[in-house]
Design a protein around this ligand. Structure first.
Ligand SMILES: NC(=O)c1ccc[n+]([C@@H]2O[C@H](COP(=O)([O-])OP(=O)(O)OC[C@H]3O[C@@H](n4cnc5c(N)ncnc54)[C@H](O)[C@@H]3O)[C@@H](O)[C@H]2O)c1
Length: 373
């Protein structure tokens, strides 16, 4: 077996030079098993500015698709994920895409079919479940720490990204909204802990059909809201648990926990699944809450899923932030929206296996450099 230091880093390139690009450029630099070789964007000036900022080769989209990159990372808005993803697969590259997998379940399924036909892989964010908090929770659940999980609740409620994102329109279009943009972190964490969902029931509401950008260079401009901004869902998991999920862009503040799981033997509270680290709280029966430390990967590791996918490709094993899991989560979100429209519960067609827990010492196989600030 080759020593980690002898393995040639996997060349990766990025399409989409927008708001999230710097987090990826910095995050990917932590992993010695990856080499970022270029950036392209439909707006050449956006790519040019990021290339200069991070001292990267600037590429046209065609140059990037024809480059030596083995994995292409798609950081475009959700409604572009299918077309960009198809172009990546057509170019014979593996695809790692930002969440959600696509703007709709039909588009996500089409991407997965194309990848299967071409013998290529799809990886998909969120990869935060690979972080120390998600993995500590997984170890506790697998060790039967709270017994059989029968119920739970997950809450992502905030006032929306209007006041910090330079181009917040896409958050209010199909493929985003609080469920597809943020609920995806919560659902992915729940699926990695509990396994697949079988049935969903959704209620959806739009509190304001028009929103006004409160500050920044576009202050005062209006955004038309084209997808619900406050949703409540009931989720039945194959293993039997019933979990409620609330997601909203209409709420200033609340006091609910991010994720709470209720088992026959006790309860477990998880931190924000949009972060890699954070403390967990465990309570056995009606005893006191006890803080539980996270495992490895507790910093800003954006791109961990790409590094893990590259490692999986080299060793021929399945990768953990998989297209299969992302498609299942996308189907659940799509079905919650359809269930709300139809006012009826909907059974899901897809299922996925839980990704294997991250083994101890995994950071070494990714040849991790210093943790990103
Ligand atoms: N901004 C964040 O904090 C954040 C966090 C986590 C995940 N994400 C995800 O990352 C993705 C991108 O988000 P963002 O905030 O960077 O968006 P953004 O609007 O800031 O940037 C998107 C970039 O993609 C480019 N683009 C659009 N369509 C394209 C196409 N067809 N081909 C090539 N380039 C195209 C745009 O020109 C733009 O530069 C989304 O899927 C989002 O859900 C964003």
């Amino acid at each position: 077996m080759m020593a980690a230091s002898q393995i040639k880093p996997t060349a990766v390139a990025i399409i989409g030079a927008g708001d999230i690009f710097p987090a990826y450029a910095k995050g990917l630099a932590q992993f010695g098993n990856l080499r970022l070789i270029g950036v392209a964007d439909a707006k050449p000036e956006a790519a040019q500015s990021r290339a200069a900022e991070f001292d990267l080769p600037l590429m046209s989209l065609d140059q990037l698709l024809g480059s030596e990159a083995e994995i292409i990372i798609n950081l475009t808005p959700p409604l572009a994920h299918r077309a960009v993803g198809e172009a990546v697969l057509k170019a014979g590259k593996h695809l790692y895409t930002e969440k959600p997998l696509a703007g709709s379940f039909a588009d996500g399924a089409a991407l997965m079919e194309k990848a299967a036909a071409l013998g290529l892989r799809i990886g998909c964010a969120p990869d935060t479940f690979l972080g120390g908090a998600g993995q500590a929770a997984r170890a506790l659940v697998d060790a039967n720490g709270i017994g059989r999980i029968v119920a739970g609740q997950a809450t992502m409620m905030e006032r929306g990204p209007d006041d910090w994102h330079p181009n917040p329109e896409f958050f209010y279009r199909p493929g985003a909204g609080p469920l597809m943009d943020m609920g995806v972190y919560y659902l992915t964490q729940l699926v990695q802990l509990l396994g697949p969902i079988t049935l969903v029931s959704g209620l959806a509401h739009t509190s304001w059909p028009l929103r006004q950008i409160p500050r920044g260079p576009r202050q005062g401009e209006h955004i038309k809201v084209e997808t619900p901004t406050h949703l409540v869902a009931g989720l039945t998991f194959e293993q039997g648990a019933f979990i409620t999920l609330s997601t909203s862009f209409d709420v200033w503040k609340h006091k609910s926990s991010h994720i709470e799981l209720f088992g026959e033997l006790g309860s477990l509270v998880l931190p924000d699944p949009n972060q890699f680290g954070g403390e967990l709280e465990l309570c056995v029966a009606d005893g006191d809450w006890a803080a539980q430390a996270p495992l490895a990967f507790t910093g800003r590791h954006r791109g961990l899923g790409v590094a893990e996918m590259a490692d999986a490709l080299r060793s021929g094993r399945p990768h953990r932030a998989s297209g299969e899991m992302a498609l299942h989560v996308l189907e659940a979100m799509d079905a919650i929206l359809r269930s709300a429209e139809q006012q009826a519960p909907l059974a899901l067609q897809t299922r996925c296996a839980r990704p294997d827990p991250v083994p101890a010492g995994f950071a070494a196989s990714l040849q991790m450099q210093e943790q990103c600030a």
